[in-house]
Design a protein around this ligand. Structure first.
Ligand SMILES: [Zn+2]
Length: 391
C-alpha cells in the first residue's frame, strides 16, 4: 500500500457537492490523500494525515482530470489545407474524412501508433486523464480492426466506427457497405472495442442504416453511442434515446422534441465546441439542454479534419464564451459529464473511493480555464495517483 498526500491546495475542486461548497464541491486550503491510486481522504490542509510521500502544490488549484468522451486518434495524413479552404469560405461536408482514410490505410502500424502516442501526450498536457478513441479511418475489415488494436494500447474506451462514411469504393452502394460493417467488419472489430458508433447525419448514414449498425453492435456485445445532428436534424436524437445510447454527440441542430427526449433519458448530450469552431458553424445553445435537465458533456472531438485540438481547456473556454455554459457548468460537463457519457462511475470527480485522476492548475481558481483562454494553465496531470505530465 502506498499513500501520497497532495498538500497546500489553494482551491480543491472535487466535483462532489458533499465534499465542499456548491455544485463543484470546492474547498479552500485543502489536502487530499491518495492510497493505491484512489482518493482516500479530502479535508483541511492543517489536519491532513501523514502519508508515505508528500507533494505540495504551493497554493495552486486542483481539479478532477478531464474525461474526453469523444475523440478520433488513430489516423495518418494532414488536412490543414482543408481548414484553410473552409476559412476562405468553403462549407464543411463529411467527405473530407475519405482523405484521411487513404492516408491511414497506407500508414504502417508504427506510424499510427506514434501519431496516437503524440496526441495522448498532448491530452495529458491539457489535463485529460481518460479519453475515448474511435476507429473510422480504416473503413475495411483489416484497417478497422487494426485501428482498434492500436487504440486499445492506449485506452480501454475504444469505439468501433466502421460506419463513419461510405468509403469511395462503395460509392452508390451504401447498403452493401452497411452489410459489410454489420458482418465481417464487426466480427473483426468487436474483440477490440467497448462501443459501437455511427455518423447518422446528412451525407453520412440515414436513421435506418444507423439503427441497423447500432443494433448489430449491441448484438455483438458493444454498447451504443452516436454522432447526431451535426449537419442536420434527420432524427438521430430520437434513435439515440430509443436505443439507450450512452451519449449523443454534436447536437448542433436540436428541435424542442430532441431536447425533451434527451432530458428524459439516460443519454448524455455531448457538445463538441472544437467542431463548430473549426468548421465556422453556429454553436448549439447548451443552456436549452441544461435548463431542461439533460446531462451534458463537453469533449474535444479531436480528429484530423474538423476539430484538430487535444485541449479541453480550449473547449471549455469556447463553451463558456459561445455556447451558454457558466464556468461551473462547463467544468462539470468536462469531468462528471464525460464520465457519464462513458457510463463510468469511478472517474469524473474526486469523491472518496474514486480513481485519483486530477490536474494541478497554475491559477487561483478553476474560473481561469475560461477567463484566460489560450494560456496553458496545466502544471501537472495525475492518473490513479501517478504523475503522467509535469510542466
Ligand atoms: Zn466525432
Amino acid at each position: 500500500m502506498t499513500s501520497i498526500a497532495i498538500t497546500d491546495i489553494g482551491s480543491l475542486v472535487t466535483a462532489d457537492s458533499t465534499l465542499g461548497d456548491g455544485a463543484l464541491g470546492i474547498r479552500a486550503n485543502a489536502a487530499m490523500i491518495v492510497v493505491d491510486g484512489k482518493v482516500e481522504w479530502v479535508g483541511d490542509n492543517a489536519s491532513a494525515p501523514d502519508a508515505d510521500r508528500n507533494v505540495s502544490v504551493h497554493g495552486k488549484t486542483v481539479i478532477p482530470g478531464f474525461v474526453d468522451s469523444h475523440a478520433h486518434l488513430v489516423f495518418a495524413g494532414e488536412r490543414g489545407f482543408e481548414f484553410e479552404a473552409r476559412m476562405n469560405g468553403q462549407q464543411y461536408s463529411a467527405g473530407g474524412i475519405r482523405t484521411t482514410v487513404e492516408a491511414t490505410r497506407a500508414a504502417s502500424d508504427d506510424v499510427l501508433r506514434s501519431n496516437m502516442a503524440r496526441l495522448v501526450a498532448e491530452m495529458h498536457a491539457s489535463g485529460i486523464t481518460t479519453f475515448e478513441s474511435k476507429s473510422g479511418y480504416g473503413l475495411d475489415v483489416e484497417n478497422e480492426s487494426r485501428s482498434l488494436r492500436i487504440a486499445q494500447q492506449f485506452t480501454r474506451e475504444t469505439t468501433f466506427l466502421g460506419a463513419h462514411v461510405v468509403p469511395s469504393e462503395f460509392t452508390g452502394r451504401a447498403d452493401e457497405y452497411v452489410s459489410l460493417v454489420n458482418g465481417e467488419m464487426l466480427r473483426a472489430a468487436a474483440p477490440h472495442a467497448k462501443w459501437i458508433d455511427v455518423f447518422c447525419d446528412s451525407g453520412a448514414f440515414d436513421v435506418d442504416q444507423a439503427r441497423a449498425v447500432l443494433q448489430a453492435g449491441i448484438a455483438a456485445g458493444l454498447a451504443p453511442r452516436i454522432h447526431a445532428n451535426q449537419l442536420a436534424d434527420i432524427g438521430a436524437v430520437a434513435l439515440a434515446v430509443e436505443l439507450d445510447c450512452a451519449s449523443a454527440d454534436h447536437l448542433s441542430h436540436l428541435s424542442e422534441a430532441d431536447v425533451a427526449a434527451l432530458a428524459g433519458s439516460n443519454t448524455v448530450a455531448t457538445l463538441l465546441p472544437g467542431a463548430e469552431f473549426s468548421t465556422r458553424s453556429a454553436y448549439p445553445d447548451a443552456s436549452r439542454l441544461l435548463t431542461a435537465g439533460a446531462t451534458v458533456a463537453i469533449a474535444t472531438d479531436c480528429n484530423p479534419g474538423s476539430s484538430y485540438t487535444t485541449s479541453l481547456p480550449f473547449c471549455i473556454a469556447v463553451a463558456v464564451r459561445d455556447m451558454g455554459f457558466s464556468p461551473e457548468q462547463a467544468l462539470l460537463a468536462a469531468t462528471r459529464g464525460g464520465a457519464a457519457a462513458l457510463r463510468r462511475t469511478d472517474i469524473g470527480a474526486l469523491s472518496l473511493g474514486m480513481r485519483a485522476d486530477f490536474a494541478v492548475l497554475n491559477a487561483p481558481s478553476y474560473i481561469h480555464l475560461s477567463f484566460r483562454p489560450g494560456v496553458d494553465l496545466i502544471d501537472s496531470t495525475w492518473v490513479a495517483g501517478q504523475n503522467v505530465y509535469q510542466r
